[in-house]
Design a protein around this ligand. Structure first.
Ligand code: SF4
Length: 487
């Protein structure tokens, strides 16, 4: 019999076929979680251990019995908080993030780096409680410990405020008979060489994107419902279940005009659509000389600077192109690593951008949000920052409204689609030609690691970060010029 861990149990709750594929076709697995999500999880888990004061930690070991023995040893020593406390009943195994031991029973704390409690977390913690009860422990409480989205850092980290705890004890009791049945079924699935016959459904995306989606969707061809941009996953599944899968079938349905347009352009190789009047109207709202602004930010699950919220954006870099006497010029900012970058960035920003000029951003809600939060933190700079904020206009509008659309945009108005669609053969505007940093996610991960590098390596990495961000605003300049050619 295979071991059933808490993660296998949760995979089963999402989809029975997933656990079978994990065992019999692991080569079909395609990772869906990114690096920073996993790093956040580790950081939050490490911090949560300190919530109840001193603790004993069971070290990870691939030989599970060693973890179980170490747990037993701590229990014998009457330790009151054991992290990664490990238990086995039959073939069921669980390491409990935090086990708090009172005189009259034990308390389970499952730690999550999210700011909300998903149903799957409740299944996870209930499974752990089930094992402990089967082993004869008195489980006093079962809890989900997660980040409090309202927490704001002030002077020092307050763990009691940073974490929220949801007690799910009564639910976990209700789930006991369900777990009993589920365990039987899991054993049957894993013992059988026959692949479960389960079709695509909402479970392929919720609670997590399934790593076997490519394998399970190999029966559907390109130009299918899952490629429609902007449509909710519930709607896609609804259409899929009705047999409306291919663009050829979907194009005759009553759907949002934007979805129909994406399909129409792909299927019929249509000519570009340019609504000259609307574009002229948009351009008439802009006052030259223009400034083109783009920020790079990173997110910390655990805030570390005053005024920073859980998962708050911290701007560390910007690029600024602008015209002076009809000449294109450039300014930029990139913080040193491992310091709070916000004050020096805000100070330079108010020096670099006059308060009476129009500023263009692409998808301006992001840039506006960053400036607004800087203005809240630094009241002395607030007036200047908010003037810049109020002068921001959005270059995305003509593309968002589909006043300019070519088939290569493929239903997207993101600059990463719009730019190559407008300048297909321009190597200077091709992000693939950059070294190391090609998108915002890579910029964030690269900057976060900057402080760990040697001076020489830092210089190279900084240079690549600067080139990347500079291309973002240069791309905006080129898009603006392209729109002006239409006039
Ligand atoms: S892709 Fe969907 S059907 Fe296939 S294993 Fe994953 S959840 Fe199940």
């Amino acid at each position: 019999m295979s071991n059933i861990s808490k993660s296998l149990y949760c995979n089963y709750i999402q989809c029975k076929k997933q656990i079978w594929l994990n065992k019999y076709k692991p080569e079909e697995y395609i990772e869906t979680k990114n690096e920073s999500v996993m790093e956040n999880g580790n950081e939050v888990g490490d911090l949560a251990r300190r919530y109840f004061g001193n603790y004993s930690l069971v070290k990870f070991n691939e030989v599970l019995i060693k973890m179980i023995m170490e747990t037993k040893e701590y229990l014998k020593q009457n330790k009151s908080v054991i992290c990664e406390a490990s238990f086995k009943f039959d073939n069921l195994f669980a390491s409990i993030d935090i086990l708090k031991i009172d005189d009259d029973g034990v308390n389970i704390y499952e730690v999550k780096s999210s700011t909300e409690v998903k149903d799957i977390y409740k299944d996870d913690a209930s499974f752990q409680a089930y094992i402990l009860k089967k082993l004869g422990y008195k489980v006093k409480s079962v809890n989900i410990m997660h980040l409090n989205s309202f927490y704001e850092f002030k002077d020092e980290l307050d763990l009691k405020e940073l974490f929220s705890i949801e007690d799910i004890t009564s639910l976990s009791i209700k789930k006991e008979s369900e777990i009993e049945e589920n365990v039987k079924e899991i054993n049957e699935i894993l013992d059988s060489e026959k692949e479960p016959d389960i079709d695509l459904d909402i479970h392929c995306f919720k609670p997590y994107d399934c790593p076997f989606f490519k394998y399970c969707s190999k029966h559907i061809k390109d130009n299918n419902v899952f490629e429609i941009r902007g449509m909710t996953i519930n709607k896609k599944i609804d259409l899929y279940k009705k047999g409306l899968i291919n663009f050829e079938d979907l194009i005759n349905e009553k759907l949002n005009d934007k979805y129909l347009e994406q399909m129409d352009y792909r299927l019929h190789d249509k000519e570009p659509k340019i609504n000259k009047d609307k574009i002229k109207l948009f351009l008439s709202t802009l006052k030259e000389p223009l400034y083109f602004l783009d920020f790079e930010t990173y997110q910390d699950a655990i805030p570390k600077y005053n005024g920073q919220r859980v998962y708050g954006q911290v701007p560390f870099q910007y690029s600024l192109h602008y015209y002076e006497n009809n000449e294109l010029k450039h300014k930029e900012f990139l913080s040193e690593p491992d310091i709070d970058p916000r004050r020096s960035l805000a100070e330079q920003l108010v020096k670099d951008i006059p308060t009476n000029v129009d500023v263009l951003a692409y998808n301006m809600s992001f840039e506006k949000g960053v400036i607004k939060s800087l203005s809240n933190i630094y009241p002395d700079l607030s007036e200047s920052l908010m003037k810049i904020h109020d002068n921001i206009k959005d270059l995305m509008i003509p593309f968002y409204n589909r006043d300019y659309y070519v088939k290569e945009m493929d239903g997207s108005y993101s600059i990463k689609y719009v730019l190559p669609a407008l300048f297909p053969n321009d190597k200077e505007l091709d992000y693939h030609n950059l070294d190391m940093v090609h998108n915002g996610g890579e910029a964030m991960d690269t900057f976060k690691k900057l402080g760990t590098l040697s001076k020489k390596e830092q210089e190279i990495v900084r240079n690549n970060l600067l080139k990347y961000c500079k291309l973002d605003t240069y791309a905006m300049v080129k898009i603006y010029q392209k729109l002006k050619e239409i006039e």
